[in-house]
Design a protein around this ligand. Structure first.
Ligand SMILES: [Zn+2]
Length: 393
């Protein structure tokens, strides 16, 4: 049946509208970031798997029921985000992170890569680098784990951790890479992508300083290193509640400080992703001590970042700080009995040992953060950060 002129016209109109919207779905950052303050630094912090009940638990444990807020609770803007992925109400960290890093929905397990061959956007880390900024990845998991990986690699599966290590060193080259996972950078057994190899030697050839202990990391920072690869455990780093005196691994707040000290040397600014990876692992294990230990270490890392920002007016004016969990894990709840007085005490409740589909809270401050104090989708954060990286007139 020949299409009527109107049908033809309307389909042209519709495709025109779709093309406008799909460039930056439902957000034109230009309109939102109307404060003309240049965003030089983006500090993106991820308390992986942390729900709002986790915040309540950690605060009660540290400061008491009526005590001071945690540091990330002091940020000016509060919003929340949807977390579903392209193929599941319940996301994993790969799809959730890829939504932030590349601005679209991906299937669970994908790392900023469409297995069906569709093109993907450059990640926010790659965009920052292309604009002369330095870049960094910090985590307490292997540094090739899903959340850091989405910012520095494009692979069909989060299981390709050797390939992710390879892409860090050969392709995206983040200036600072700190976390666990020595075994992923020096492997003989191919991963799911068929990749294996010694990427530590390659990193040295690329001019990275490679360190394996807290002491080595801090001495590298005090020298004029600008490219640092720190691998502090063969796998994920030691959880806070299992740390013992004399452990050579740095803690998350110490790695955050080291990263800032190196990245600030680039006067054009930087993008850094700092993850408290193991809040998620504590919740998968339905282990409250593990959860609270990781949440408080993450909060200390936020304190390090806030102290760094507040040390100079220029940093306050030009640093966008975002704190956002990728999903909630464990269905954790603060339970008790309203008929039995027990102030400051609670009974931990869990609905699952997996992830949930509940929205997560976004805490933020700095230029452009007013766009984040609302109900959003996780993909929106990419477009807001991407817009903020654009040069101001
Ligand atoms: Zn998880």
């Amino acid at each position: 049946m020949k299409k009527s002129i109107w049908q033809a016209m309307s389909s042209i109109a519709i495709s025109l509208i779709i093309s406008l919207v799909s460039v930056s779905p439902s957000f034109s950052g230009e309109r939102l970031l109307d404060n003309h303050k240049e965003v030089k630094n983006i500090i993106f912090m991820v308390p992986d798997g942390m729900g709002l009940a986790d915040v309540t638990a950690a605060r009660i444990y540290k400061n008491g029921i009526d005590g001071a807020p945690l540091y990330f609770e002091t940020l000016e803007e509060i919003g929340y985000q949807r977390t579903y992925s392209a193929d599941n109400t319940i996301t994993d960290s790969a799809a959730a992170g890829s939504a932030w890093a590349c601005g679209e929905k991906f299937d669970n397990g994908e790392i900023c890569y469409h297995s069906d061959g569709r093109p993907y956007n450059p990640s926010i880390l790659e965009l920052a680098k292309s604009r002369g900024r330095s870049t960094g990845l910090v985590a307490t998991s292997t540094i090739t784990h899903a959340t850091p990986a989405v910012f520095g690699a494009h692979v069909k599966s989060r299981g390709c951790e050797n390939e992710i290590a390879c892409q860090y060193i050969e392709m995206t080259r983040p200036d600072v890479v700190l976390g666990g996972g020595v075994s992923k950078f020096n492997s003989t057994k191919p991963d799911k992508c068929g990749t294996a190899g010694d990427f530590i030697s390659e990193a040295l050839n690329e001019g990275y300083k490679v360190v394996y202990t807290k002491e080595e990391m801090e001495s590298a920072v005090s020298s004029d290193t600008t490219k640092l690869l720190g691998l502090f455990n063969s796998g994920g780093m030691t959880p806070e509640y299992l740390r013992t005196p004399g452990l050579t691994e740095p803690r998350l707040p110490e790695m955050a400080k080291a990263a800032l000290n190196i990245l600030e040397r680039n006067k054009q600014g930087f993008f850094v992703m700092i993850e408290g990876s193991q809040i998620d692992w504590g919740n998968h294990a339905n282990n409250l001590q593990y959860q609270i230990g990781e949440t408080l270490a993450f909060d200390e890392a936020v304190k390090v970042v806030l102290d760094w920002i507040n040390a100079r007016q220029e940093r306050k004016e030009h640093t966008l700080l975002i704190v956002v969990p990728d999903h909630e894990t464990g269905g954790f709840a603060i339970n008790g009995n309203e008929d039995v007085p027990a102030l400051g005490q609670f009974v931990p409740g869990w609905t699952t040992s997996g992830h949930t589909g509940t929205d997560t809270v976004i805490w933020s401050q700095g230029p452009g953060s007013h766009t984040l104090g609302r109900a959003l989708d996780n993909t929106n954060l990419y477009w807001i950060m991407r817009e903020s990286l654009k040069d101001k007139e």
